[in-house]
Design a protein around this ligand. Structure first.
Ligand SMILES: Cc1cc2nc3c(=O)[nH]c(=O)nc-3n(C[C@H](O)[C@H](O)[C@H](O)COP(=O)(O)O)c2cc1C
Length: 199
């Protein structure tokens, strides 16, 4: 049974434009995979705590030496990693907030990047330990950034998942959503049309 992991990072949870675009894709995927399972990780409803020295310390402390609190931090991080590892395909809703990725997504990154667990250092650089799998990213923005040097999200998200070993990454953009109601409607419609042709 194939499994799809849908990550929502909008402050509006499933009602966010990025989430709705992701859900459109998930609906198409379910049509093709009627026996497939969808796991939703809603980072607004269930935020992951920011990385702190204590949390990071837990990741680099041998199991036998961890405090009960550190054991719990590692358990929570392990659960996120297992969810990602178990997925055959990942869908990420990616709003732009203040020119970057949502802080809840950054916290997810910080709790999933674990040396020796999800990547390892080698003499020729970091090597991902999560198997490659398709990642579909649905990016919604108020302004226009795609293909410009002001798009700091695409490179960041690509670099992060590459670190883990995920290279099969596909971005779809819905941009200019705050330019005018007409522009928004057209941008969302054309993104939806593209999504319907993806699978
Ligand atoms: C707090 C906040 C910050 C935003 N910052 C930007 C920005 O820097 N650039 C931009 O183009 N749009 C910005 N927007 C607009 C959002 O990117 C746009 O509304 C997007 O569709 C939000 O996705 P969501 O509906 O999935 O949350 C911002 C919106 C909010 C609420």
């Amino acid at each position: 049974m194939p499994t799809l992991l849908q990550i929502l990072s909008s402050i509006s949870s499933a009602d966010g434009e990025s989430s709705k675009l992701g859900s459109r894709f998930v609906d198409r995927w379910k049509e093709k995979n009627p026996d497939g399972e969808v796991i939703v990780r809603d980072l607004a409803a269930d935020p992951i705590p920011h990385l702190t020295a204590e949390r990071f310390g837990a990741f680099v402390t041998p199991e036998a030496d961890r405090t009960p609190a550190q054991t719990e931090h590692v358990r929570a991080s392990d659960a996120l990693i297992s969810e990602l590892e178990a997925a055959d395909i990942v869908v990420l809703g990616l709003p732009m907030y203040n020119f970057g990725i949502p802080s809840v997504l950054k916290s997810w990154f910080d709790n999933v990047a674990r040396a020796g667990v999800t990547f390892r250092y080698t003499e020729s650089g970091a090597v991902g330990l999560i198997g490659d799998k398709p990642l579909y990213v649905f990016a919604s923005r108020g302004g226009l950034y795609e293909g410009t040097g002001r798009d700091f999200q695409t490179g960041h998200v690509t670099l992060f998942f590459n670190l883990l070993g995920i290279r099969d990454i596909h971005f779809e953009y819905a941009e200019g959503l705050n330019i005018s109601p007409e522009h928004k409607e057209n941008a969302l419609q054309s993104a939806t049309d593209r999504i319907d042709r993806l699978l």
